[in-house]
Write a protein that binds this ligand. Structure first.
Ligand SMILES: [Zn+2]
Length: 242
C-alpha cells in the first residue's frame, strides 16, 4: 500500500518509556478516568460538556444536523474547537441511513473539513455507506489534516483505499467478534488506532484482542499505537504520566 499524503507516514517512531503501556482511546462518548488509559471524549452539540481537564473532540454529527440550528451550532463549535484540549473535529461525516437531508449533511461536513484545516486539527469521521463520497469531499476540499475513520468494520479493499489516501482507521468492539480477525490482521499497524465509541467495552480489552490477533506483545502494540496517535493528534500525548 502506498502512503502518499499529509506527511503522516513520515512521522518518526517516538518511543516514550513512561507511556508505553497506556491505552489510548481516540473516540468515546463517555467520561473515562483511570490510570491505565487516556481518552478523547466526543462531544456533539452540548459543548458546555467540555471541561478544562481531559481531551475532547467536537463535531456536528450527521444524525443531529438541523437546518435551523446548524449555523449557530457551528459557530459554537468553531469557538470551543480552539481550546488546546480539544484535539479534533468530529465525529462528522455522512450517513446514508439516517434521516438528515443528504445535501445538508454534505454542506456541514465540508464546512467542518475546512475548519479543521483552518485550525490545523485532525478529523474524526463518521461514515455509513458513503466512503467514496467522503474521500471525494476531502479531496475537493484540499484536506491536509490527518483523518481517522472511526468504528471501521468494512472489507480490506476499502481499508486499503482509505490508507492509500494517507488516512487512519479506528477499531473498537468489532475486534472482540472473532469474525473480523482476518481483515484486521492484514491492516498495517502504522494506520491503526483504537476506540470504545458508545459500546459497553473497555479499551484494554480492545488492545488485548488486537495484540492477540496481530500476534505481537501488548507493549509493542501500545508503543506503535501511541506513535500513530501522536502522528494524528499531536504531541499532547507525549506528556502523559509526567
Ligand atoms: Zn461515536
Amino acid at each position: 500500500m502506498k502512503h502518499e499524503t499529509n506527511n503522516k507516514s513520515s512521522c518518526i517512531l517516538i518511543t516514550i518509556a513512561a507511556v508505553k503501556n497506556k491505552y489510548i482511546n481516540v473516540h468515546t462518548h463517555q467520561t473515562i478516568e483511570n490510570s491505565i488509559s487516556e481518552s478523547i471524549q466526543n462531544v456533539s452539540g452540548d459543548f458546555d460538556n467540555i471541561k478544562e481537564h481531559g481531551f475532547f473532540s467536537v463535531g456536528l454529527h450527521p444524525w443531529h444536523i438541523n437546518a435551523l440550528t446548524a449555523k449557530s451550532c457551528f459557530a459554537e463549535l468553531a469557538l470551543v474547537s480552539q481550546k488546546t484540549n480539544v484535539l479534533a473535529i468530529g465525529e462528522c461525516g455522512l450517513d446514508k441511513l439516517c434521516n438528515t437531508n443528504y445535501e445538508l449533511q454534505k454542506n456541514w461536513f465540508v464546512k467542518q473539513i475546512e475548519w479543521a484545516n483552518h485550525i490545523k486539527k485532525p478529523l474524526i469521521i463518521h461514515c455509513v455507506r458513503a466512503h467514496d463520497e467522503i474521500l471525494q469531499l476531502l479531496k475537493s476540499a484540499n484536506n491536509k489534516s490527518p483523518v481517522v475513520f472511526h468504528g471501521f468494520n468494512k472489507k480490506l479493499t476499502l481499508a486499503s483505499k482509505i490508507i492509500d489516501h494517507g488516512y487512519y482507521l479506528s477499531f473498537g468492539k468489532q475486534l472482540l467478534w472473532g469474525n473480523y480477525s482476518d481483515i484486521f490482521k492484514a491492516i498495517p499497524i502504522e494506520r491503526i488506532v483504537f476506540e470504545t465509541d458508545d459500546a459497553h467495552v473497555t479499551i484494554d480489552e480492545i488492545y488485548k484482542s488486537a495484540a492477540h490477533i496481530k500476534n505481537i506483545t501488548l507493549d509493542i502494540l501500545c508503543q506503535k499505537v501511541l506513535n500513530n496517535t501522536i502522528c494524528v493528534f499531536g504531541k499532547n500525548f507525549t506528556n502523559l504520566n509526567e
